[in-house]
Design a protein around this ligand. Structure first.
Ligand code: GAP
Length: 455
């Protein structure tokens, strides 16, 4: 058990995710494939929660944003016009000696293939090529013929699928700027040169992007609005304030399309890194696609005045959010004479909302009542029924997957129809009538929540 003051390492999170079935290395029985992961049961449930909380705040609770699910393989012209074919590149160098490839602009963070490991270029037999630009898009072939004309790309961002649908949505959504189109559904692909750090830099990941179309003179105001709104979304979901910060890009860091970008950075075990980006993309994308396609992607007011809206874009991946939530929630502690690992996740993020446990599984009365309570609750929430092993072990297993509450059916239940509810973080216990458990759980899930680890 680690000293609570010891900094959290990525290995600790990787090992918890594996041990409890959140995330597995992909294709493991064949030796894996770089930076690609498979989500197990609790990982899927947690991802679903993050996705639906994002959609709830972006679409369900607003009047001005609609949803879209565009294709992964788009007409390749989209990526020429967006600038990705020419410019979505990282500079890379190859080492002819150890045959590894590195990002030319991150050599100081890289380790070469020799033992002892050094920075690329440091050992006398390192033989680095000149930097070359390497396009991060994965190519594929569409149709039966594999020639140049059938080349297409797996999307490297979901945003372009939104821009090319601007006219369809603007005509049908009965909304005028400022209005947004939100997209989450399916994956984004990037052939990252130096992937790694678990879920932080993947080759396939699930993006959630929202393009907010505004009158040009309101762009800066809405850009500031979305930086605040997105920061608050994380704080409302219990991310610790001391681990989240806003970093505005300097002019030389800005992407070709951006006139202002702020990163929401999270203090991961690898240091402060981008969790989410909020960009002011101006009219770059709509203008590019208008010029190239001949379809006018513009807004026409009732009085006939026309303009190309500017776009504010909050963009994030579920994978980076999940990694931030897991790191923020992880704690090893000693309670009494027992050690435990606990994930203090926001109850709405936690994969399982409650465990229903008969104190003594062999007791028919307890087992029957626990099963009935479980069958009632599972119609409304993801809950678990566990009757295997000592009660302490069962609690600790639930603590480790972040289940906020456990309802235990014991001897007293058989005489007075009450159960105990145990709270994950404080370990406080109280008794409730069994008939009131469902309403109690609904109510508990609707409460504001703050991390017990907050300073
Ligand atoms: N449409 C703008 C765009 O794609 P980006 O900064 O390249 O901008 C947006 O990506 C977000 O997508 C990032 O803030 C991060 O949350 C996530 N992301 C980017 N690359 C990723 C990767 N290789 N693995 C996991 N998430 C990634």
């Amino acid at each position: 058990m680690a000293d609570p003051t010891t900094p959290l390492t990525m290995d600790t999170i990787v090992s918890l995710c594996r041990r409890r079935g959140f995330v597995f290395p992909s294709s493991e029985i064949y030796g894996g494939i770089g930076s690609t992961y498979d989500y197990g049961h609790y990982g899927v449930l947690t991802k679903n929660n993050i996705r639906s909380l994002w959609l709830r705040s972006m679409v369900q609770e607003r009047d001005d944003i609609v949803a879209l699910d565009s294709a992964i393989i788009l007409n390749p012209r989209v990526w020429e016009v967006s600038g990705h074919v020419a410019g979505f590149t990282d500079p890379m160098v190859d080492c002819k000696f150890c045959k590894l490839r590195f990002r030319a602009d991150r050599l100081e963070d890289a380790h070469c293939g020799q033992k002892p490991s050094r920075r690329p270029g440091e050992a006398s037999d390192c033989d680095l090529t000149e930097p070359r630009q390497f396009n991060l898009m994965f190519e594929t072939q569409v149709g039966a013929l594999a020639d140049g004309s059938s080349t297409a790309y797996l999307r490297p961002e979901t945003a372009q699928g939104i821009f090319i649908n601007f006219k369809n949505v603007a005509q049908l959504a009965r909304r005028k700027p400022p209005f947004g189109i939100a997209q989450v559904g399916g994956k984004t692909f990037r052939n990252e040169i130096t992937p790694g750090n678990f879920l932080f830099r993947l080759r396939e990941f699930e993006q959630m992007e929202m393009e907010y179309f505004v009158p040009p003179d309101e762009a800066d105001e809405w850009y500031r609005y979305w930086v605040d709104a997105r920061r608050n979304w994380y704080l409302d979901l219990g991310l610790r304030e001391e681990n989240l910060r806003v970093r505005e890009h300097a002019a030389e860091e800005l992407s070709h399309y951006s006139s202002g970008t702020s990163d929401l950075e999270y203090q991961y075990p690898i240091g402060w890194q981008e969790l989410e980006g909020i960009a002011n993309r101006g009219d770059y994308d709509l203008t590019q696609h208008t010029n190239a396609s001949g379809t006018k992607l513009e807004w026409v007011e009732q009085d006939g005045t026309r303009y190309t809206p500017h776009v504010i874009e909050p963009a994030v991946s579920i994978d980076r959010i999940m990694l931030a939530f897991l790191c923020d929630a992880y704690r090893e502690e000693v309670v009494g004479d027992r050690e435990r690992v606990v994930l203090s996740l926001h109850p709405l993020v936690a994969p399982v909302k409650a465990a229903i446990l008969p104190l003594i599984a062999k007791d028919d009365g307890m087992a029957t009542r626990a099963r009935a309570l479980y069958e009632e609750l599972r119609r409304f929430h993801v809950v678990e029924h566990d009757e295997g092993g000592q009660i302490g072990r069962r609690y600790r297993r639930q603590d480790e997957i972040g289940t906020p509450w456990a309802f235990t059916v014991d001897e007293q239940t058989l005489s007075d129809e009450t159960v105990t509810v145990r709270e994950r973080d404080s370990l406080a216990q109280e008794r409730l009538p069994i008939s009131g458990v469902r309403a109690w759980l609904d109510d508990a899930l609707a409460q504001d929540w703050r991390s017990p680890h907050s300073r």
